[in-house]
Design a protein around this ligand. Structure first.
Ligand SMILES: [Zn+2]
Length: 241
């Protein structure tokens, strides 16, 4: 940890711990923060920055595209970058259209637990499943695709829903010697939330860069996310620019 100074911000290494209980607007008061230096044992996980989750997409997150510039900036600080990509067959069980009489954003009981039903999105091979064209991709060493099995959704980049089958990310990070995981992307209250909690449960020191995420914001989902972060020791941080 070192103290913040202007030059340090400009070097693009400006990830800062958000004090517990502080509002995101506390960003203005830089004295509240201590700065984190990024090293080779750190990984940046960029969750689902795909066309369908951005304005104009079939499951658009409000201002989902506004975080991309910041994500590109923070990528410059990391040697290890991994992308996740939601990747569904067209009849995927998480789509409301796969369940007669069900509406979008209602829930259904699946063998692995409760599942929110979504508008069809990120269909394999579609434009909507592609990464947003503004997202820098060249630094990423790996893409984790998730949700490609019809019968099970996968919010987390570590485990399919129900935590029965792993994606392989945990093993990859451990063989890479990763100790700290930094998560950003879409959407804060679903795929980012589940990924960050699973990362902490896997034993990684886990940080969510909250100003580089946007939520779907269904009733109560953001509150539940922050509660889960506190419960599992996931730290909230900000990118100061
Ligand atoms: Zn999905």
């Amino acid at each position: 940890m070192i103290n913040l100074n202007r030059r340090f911000f400009l070097q693009g290494m400006s990830l800062s711990l958000l004090p517990i209980g502080a509002a995101v607007s506390a960003k203005e008061n830089r004295n509240l923060f201590s700065t984190i230096s990024i090293n080779k044992e750190d990984v940046l996980l960029i969750i689902d920055v795909q066309n369908d989750f951005c304005p104009g997409g079939s499951l658009a997150v409000k201002d989902g595209d506004k975080i991309i510039e910041g994500i590109n900036t923070v990528q410059k600080s990391f040697k290890n970058i991994i992308l996740s990509q939601d990747w569904h067959p067209s009849d995927h069980s998480s789509f409301y259209t796969s369940h007669e009489g069900k509406e979008a954003f209602s829930t259904i009981q699946m063998p692995y637990g409760e599942q929110t039903l979504w508008p069809p999105h990120c269909v394999i091979g579609s434009k909507g499943a592609e990464f947003h064209s503004k997202l820098a991709l060249s630094g990423a060493r790996m893409v984790i695709r998730k949700g490609f099995r019809r019968e099970v959704d996968s919010y987390s980049a570590f485990w399919e829903n129900g935590r029965v089958s792993p994606t392989g990310l945990e093993g990859a990070l451990k063989t890479m010697g990763i100790r700290r995981v930094f998560v950003c992307g879409l959407a804060l209250d679903f795929c980012v939330a589940y990924t960050a909690v699973d990362s902490a449960l896997a034993g990684f020191d886990t940080y969510v860069i909250v100003d580089l995420c946007k939520p779907v914001n269904l009733p109560g989902t953001v509150e539940a996310t922050f509660k889960a972060f506190n419960k599992h020791g996931v730290k909230k941080i900000l990118l100061i620019d």
